[in-house]
Write a protein that binds this ligand. Structure first.
Ligand SMILES: [Mn+2]
Length: 290
């Protein structure tokens, strides 16, 4: 038996996206902890689950990345309705839209009806990212990065002075970038909300910009489930239909991160190589595209 008390939080639905399995940035161990500690009737994978883009250039795959996939498949077998909506980093999976893999349904987008009867359009949302190309701004978002930059600026200019270069404000440059990032996020949100309004739904649930949020834009509820690279967030629906953002990195953890229950371990051992083989073939089929 597990010596640690296993907390199981039950929700009606869970949305997670932008996991970027196959990259160094993926916080697979925290996500595994989240998946182990939560249960739901519906589990939506809202895109950029596997980063086939970056896997084409460099291969980074750890046991934890397998474990995430196995854990999701296990949930599906145990009765969770798993709906996978591919994003732009795993767009090769869009070719399988409207197919079922075992108990996992692959869809381009879908409508989720909450317990209190609200209709939500669920999609990854990259089609509304017309303004800035992928994630150039992401590195500069966040107070911590910004204050780090302010400190780095002092050293940077000491070196410049030593070499005879004039002062150049890295912080002003970054501030400009952050301002652009804020503008970018609001442009993105407005575009997504406009689409939801056009479709006549009550709200929209998406990912893609790695910024978790629940906000009303007039008559439309905008929800973003965030990501598992930077913020480690999920969107959850309680049994009464109430939506909430869960910030898993900020939770106190009762279980040790590396604890894998026996059943999971056995499944991982038996199924890890076919999984990886399948993913490799997906990545190489993506490579053959323009
Ligand atoms: Mn994306």
């Amino acid at each position: 038996m597990n010596a640690y008390p296993q907390m199981h939080e039950k929700f009606r639905s869970i949305w997670i996206s932008d996991i970027h399995l196959g990259t160094r940035g993926c916080n697979a161990d925290l996500l595994l902890d989240f998946l182990r500690c939560t249960e739901s009737q519906y589990l939506y994978l809202v895109g950029d689950i596997i980063d086939a883009w970056r896997m084409r250039r460099s291969w980074y795959w750890r046991q934890e990345h397998n474990d995430v996939i196995q854990k999701v498949l296990r949930k599906a077998r145990k009765g969770t309705r798993v709906i996978y909506i591919p994003g732009n980093h795993d767009e090769s999976f869009r070719d399988f839209a409207a197919h079922r893999f075992g108990r996992v349904a692959v869809l381009r987008e879908t409508i989720h009806v909450t317990a209190d009867g609200k209709r939500f359009l669920v999609m990854h949302g990259d089609q509304f990212d017309g303004i800035v190309k992928y994630a150039k701004w992401l590195a500069f978002v966040g107070d911590r990065a910004y204050s780090w930059a302010l400190g780095a600026n002092i050293w940077f200019n000491r070196v410049r002075r030593t070499l005879g270069f004039p002062y150049w404000s890295l912080s002003a440059y970054l501030k400009h970038k952050v301002k652009n990032a804020v503008e970018y996020i609001s442009n993105y949100e407005n575009a997504v909300v406009a689409e939801a309004r056009r479709r006549g739904v009550d709200g929209v649930i998406c990912g893609h910009i790695h910024t978790a949020e629940i906000r009303s834009f007039g008559d439309i509820i905008y929800c973003n489930d965030g990501d598992w690279v930077e913020s480690c967030t999920a969107l959850v629906e309680h049994h009464d239909g109430r939506l909430e953002i869960v910030r898993w990195a900020e939770r106190p953890h009762l279980m040790p991160m590396s604890a894998v229950d026996k059943a999971d371990k056995e499944e991982c051992a038996s199924a890890s190589s076919p999984t990886l083989g399948f993913l490799k073939s997906m990545a190489s089929s993506a490579r053959s595209k323009p």
